[in-house]
Design a protein around this ligand. Structure first.
Ligand SMILES: [Zn+2]
Length: 131
């Protein structure tokens, strides 16, 4: 009878189990997790209608040109859900860490620092474009 309310995994079609999130932004909240976890990591929000959801979560797919990607956020050491303030803060910290002035004594490190800073600046620009 309750069978019908149990959604099936969007990835492997196994029945899902009700779980409680132990970490992350949804901590304490409940969600459906694939019964084959950790083999299969299919999840589904409780609120979603199991019949209409195919979980269009695709962090791997590359978005249109010019858009900030998950990679840009990881370069800045922030979550894609981070607020502009958090991102700015992390950006400023990274600039301090990699600032060429700090590495003048070592040309090899200096070159690496400049490269790194370029990547950081680029990522920051990309993310800012989306604000
Ligand atoms: Zn599954």
């Amino acid at each position: 009878m309750t069978e019908e309310t149990i959604p099936r995994c969007p990835y492997c079609d196994s029945p899902m189990e009700l779980r409680t999130a132990r970490r992350g932004f949804n901590k304490g909240g409940q969600f459906w997790g694939c019964s084959r976890f950790p083999e299969c990591r299919g999840t589904q929000d409780l609120s979603e209608d199991p019949t209409s959801s195919t979980s269009e979560r695709n962090p791997e797919s590359s978005p249109a040109d010019g858009e900030a990607t998950a990679q840009h956020y990881s370069i800045l050491d922030v979550d894609p859900t981070a607020s502009p303030e958090e991102i700015k803060h992390s950006y400023r910290t990274l600039v301090k860490v990699w600032h060429p002035d700090r590495h003048r004594h070592d040309p090899v490190v200096l070159a690496k620092a400049q490269e790194k800073l370029k990547t950081i600046n680029l990522a920051y620009e990309k993310i800012k474009e989306g604000w």
